[in-house]
Design a protein around this ligand. Structure first.
Ligand code: IMP
Ligand code: MG
Length: 176
């Protein structure tokens, strides 16, 4: 695909102000409770870093997972595996998973159902973008930055063919 344009969808300022609001909600929910936050690599890295930076909660552990799905460049398939698992045990902990986007829902269904077997006290999901167009399984994220009906977007961790992850805003990829 030849890209004609990256069309602005959510500005960097809007993303940051939404992240601040989510951080305040998360602070409030977990007030006084130790929290383990799990970043889903690679896409979740920017939302995760922005979020934890502005959270006031000071009893937080962080960990990372990396998942692979085998499919085409712009959609994920049903075959999902861990490239890297979490290292901190979830047993008895309040756990928050932070990911860039839910599209079909298959990736988060796999991750949450796997992590749910590890004895966490609670398991919640924060998503920057909830995209409805291609949802195949019902996933209800606890924290949502923005909802989007359709379109292929990049920026804030999201890539197209490994590019554009570092853009501070969200852009729709418009093909030639
Ligand atoms: P799904 O919910 O299992 O379909 O997978 C969501 C993942 O697919 C995201 O974490 C992205 O890696 C990728 N993805 C889906 N839609 C987009 C998009 O619009 N831009 C960039 N990546 C996307
Ligand atoms: Mg992802």
């Amino acid at each position: 695909m030849v890209i004609k344009e990256l069309r602005p969808v959510f500005s960097p300022e809007l993303v940051q102000s939404r992240v601040q609001e989510l951080a305040a909600e998360i602070d409030e929910l977990y007030k006084g409770k130790p929290l383990l936050i799990i970043c889903v690599l690679k896409g979740g890295f920017m939302f995760f870093a922005d979020l934890v930076r502005v959270m006031k909660h000071d009893d937080v552990q962080v960990d990372f997972v990396r998942l692979s799905s085998y499919g085409s460049a712009t959609s994920s398939s049903e075959h999902i595996t861990f490239n890297k698992d979490v290292e901190i045990p979830l047993q008895g902990k309040d756990v928050l998973v932070v990911e860039d986007m839910i599209d079909s829902g298959l990736t988060m269904e796999f991750l949450l159902s796997t992590l749910a077997q590890r004895g966490a006290k609670s398991l919640r999901l924060a998503i920057l973008i909830d995209k409805h167009e291609r949802r195949k399984v019902e996933i209800k994220p606890d924290f949502v930055g923005f909802t989007l009906e359709q379109g292929f977007i990049v920026g804030c961790g999201l890539d197209y063919a490994k590019r554009f992850r570092t853009l501070p805003g969200i852009y729709e990829v418009i093909p030639e």
